[in-house]
Design a protein around this ligand. Structure first.
Ligand code: GLA
Length: 687
């Protein structure tokens, strides 16, 4: 195996940027050579060069191949792989190989297996069958990671440590006895005393008062609703304990290879609820994300843009790595979708437009065996004479042409607030309605701004909001005093702040803020709701006023009173609350305003209101374009160069006003850019 021979240009004690040895954007995918014979492995590298691949994730599921029996190590395949990749100029995100314990480990130590809330044991035979809190598993995982670091820490192909894989993907909540013990320790640290725990959990209710920490359990299957604060704290604990597992492996890698950056692949999207990624991000040297579109969603490109904008929010605005997506169909949805011509290129470049400096796939070569053999890859079963391969090569060329955008940043004047504890809280059982899905509420507002061409940062409500003219907080059910004050401060500093129904209802312990809803935002919004009026399936009401003209609303209405100084923008036309306020606006200082939307408007109503508040906040689209044409800019650090990405999701050619140099098809643009149907153009603009 090759050791580094040339002197390092980097300070060996500082963490090296993950992309330091790459010429531009990174391109590649998960590479699993252990599934293939030698001849195929040789062809792999040849094909990678043909496609322009320069970055791959290796050994994610390598543990059982490296160590088929305890202590018996076979490194030959991985040594060869690392050397061969290096010789081809391909950099490696090397995994800790811990994503799934080998069969001998779970047989020897069945106590490391995780459990569901009904105490069903999750056995080996699939993947990720381990409890992140179990000390025995931790010891074995650390030992494996240390071996990888000792063997490859100085290898010239190594660019980044990839810790485990999608931590918490299959087992976001573990109810095993070990997890229960760790939960109790976590609660002791959080509350200090039993009295504080009892107060926070409201245990005077239903005879739940605890006399000892030892009596506390995770929220196991129970005759009826488990204590809501217990559920919420178990969510917090679970996210923290998954992060703690990452942190332990990361700390070890830092100690052994201080110059190598570390990450793990997150799953930021509207579908992954288990982990509070805003609290994870500070522990990663670079944020990496995996994203898959949902076949049944005709607007999947909008959800993709949301995920990308939120990944950037999680990364604090820094460029990030798209660690996985799919070239075409996946294998794990009820009916999988084969991507249409141009869809994979649009998907990939939409991530780049929104801040990704790397485009990677699961996986390089489509498996011939195993549970993921019908999941698309860069090299499909049918080989090179295929749409998928030609598109893989085409994407490689496109990314080469976009090398200069690396490191540039997206600038947004509008923000949407997203908060994991608010998500966990909003979807607890025993609520006014079970039909509310928090990410759908957020996505509805995101969609309205996407349609209006407005670039949005998706940030936590406690983020620095000072740069935003427009801040929208959809259904922020649970909010801390500090976060509520942060939103109020933005409105008082001149921003337009929009809060929607079922927000500010409870504090961090899920205790109702008394005196009328929306408790934490009553003063900011100048409203007081006395009672919720949730609607039945198919029940709607009409709302008129301001930009709304008999707009339809469903799911939720409220009996809301306005304070003096608060204007009623729109009211209910019919239903039990006919004539009462549905949308209100209170002017704040410095020209700002605070809007309350007390119901769930349909798409057209949300779009109309979003355009009104964007107009009030003077937030403009990146560049005006026809419906279904996405425009977004990345900016150089000095603000003198911008790259305008125009992504045409429609079947018609589109025009966008811009001038500069077009990088994908090539050529100068003078005033009007034509974006052919279904494709992407990127213009370098001088500002
Ligand atoms: C996840 C995993 C990969 C693979 C893909 C399939 O993202 O990290 O190993 O299973 O899903 O979509």
């Amino acid at each position: 195996m090759r050791r580094r021979t040339t002197p390092e240009a980097f300070d060996p004690t500082a963490v090296r940027p993950w992309s330091a040895r790459l010429p531009g954007l990174a391109y590649g995918g998960d590479y699993n050579p252990e599934q293939w014979p030698q001849a195929t492995r040789l062809e792999d590298v040849e094909l990678m060069r043909k496609a322009g691949v320069n970055f791959v994730s290796v050994a994610i599921f390598g543990w059982a191949t490296i160590e088929p029996r305890e202590g018996e190590l076979d490194w030959a395949w991985l040594d060869e792989t690392m050397d061969r990749l290096h010789d081809a100029g391909i950099q490696v995100a090397l995994a800790t190989a811990t994503a799934s314990p080998p069969p001998w480990l779970t047989r020897k130590h069945p106590e490391i297996l995780p459990r569901l809330a009904d105490e069903t044991v999750l056995h080996q035979g699939g993947r990720q069958a381990y409890s992140v809190t179990h000390p025995v598993h931790r010891e074995y995982a650390l030992r494996m990671a240390a071996r990888m670091a000792e063997r490859y820490g100085e290898h010239p192909a190594l660019a980044l440590w990839h810790v485990d894989n999608e931590i918490g993907c299959h087992v976001p909540r573990d109810y095993s006895d070990t997890a229960a013990g760790a939960f109790r320790d976590w609660l002791r640290a959080r509350y200090g005393t039993l009295d504080a725990l009892n107060a926070a959990w409201g245990t005077a209710f239903w005879s739940q008062r605890y006399g000892s920490f030892d009596d506390v359990l995770p929220p196991l299957v129970a005759p009826t609703y488990a204590n809501p604060t217990q559920q919420l704290d178990f969510d917090r604990f679970s996210s923290d304990s998954l992060l703690d597992y990452y942190r332990d492996l990361r700390d070890l890698l830092r100690e052994l290879t201080p110059h190598v950056p570390t990450t793990t692949n997150l799953m930021v999207s509207s579908a992954t609820k288990g982990m509070d990624y805003f609290s994870w991000a500070p522990e990663l040297d670079v944020v990496a994300n995996d994203h898959y579109t949902a076949a049944e969603n005709p607007d999947r490109h909008v959800e993709l843009a949301f995920s990308a904008d939120m990944t950037r929010g999680v990364a604090g605005g820094d460029p990030w790595i798209l660690m996985e997506h799919s070239t075409s169909a996946v294998n794990w949805q009820p009916r999988n979708h084969t991507k249409t011509p141009g869809e994979m290129l649009r998907n990939s470049l939409a991530h780049v437009a929104r801040g990704a400096d790397a485009v990677m796939f699961f996986q390089w070569r489509q498996s011939a065996a195993g549970a993921e053999k019908y999941h698309s890859a860069m090299v499909p079963h049918a080989g090179q004479d295929t749409d998928v391969w030609r598109r893989t090569v085409e994407l490689g060329r496109a990314l080469e042409a976009l090398a200069e955008v690396r490191g540039s940043r997206v600038e947004a004047r509008a923000a949407i607030c997203f908060d994991y504890p608010a998500w966990w809280g909003a979807e607890l059982d025993s609520h006014p309605t079970q039909a509310l899905r928090y990410p759908d509420e957020v996505l509805a507002w995101y969609r309205a701004l996407w349609d209006a061409g407005v670039t949005v940062d998706v940030v936590r409500p406690g983020a620095d909001l000072s740069g935003y003219r427009l801040v929208i907080a959809p259904t922020l059910y649970l909010v801390t005093d500090a976060d509520a004050a942060n939103l109020a401060a933005a409105a008082d500093a001149g921003a337009t702040v929009v809060v929607t129904y079922f927000s500010g209802i409870v504090d961090e312990h899920d205790h109702v803020r008394l005196g009328g809803y929306p408790g934490a935002f009553r003063e900011l919004l100048g409203v007081r709701t006395e009672e919720f009026y949730t609607l039945q399936v198919d029940e709607t009401v009409r709302v008129s006023g301001g930009p709304l003209d008999a707009s339809s609303a469903d799911l939720w209405t409220e009996k809301t009173h306005v304070s003096p100084g608060t204007e009623v923008v729109a009211s209910y036309d019919d239903g039990q609350l006919a004539g009462l306020p549905a949308v209100t606006r209170r002017p704040t200082t410095a020209g700002g305003s605070a809007w309350y939307v007390a119901t769930r408007l349909d798409g057209a109503g949300t779009a109309a209101l979003a355009r009104t508040v964007a107009g009030a906040a003077q937030v403009l689209p990146a560049e005006a374009a026809a419906d279904g044409v996405e425009t977004v800019r990345r900016w150089s650090a000095d603000g003198r160069t911008a790259w305008l990405f125009a992504i045409n999701h429609t079947a018609d050619d589109a025009k966008v006003a811009t001038s500069g140099v077009e990088l994908l098809a090539g050529g100068d643009v003078d005033g009007t850019l034509v974006v052919p149907a279904g494709t992407v153009r990127v213009v370098r603009e001088a500002h």
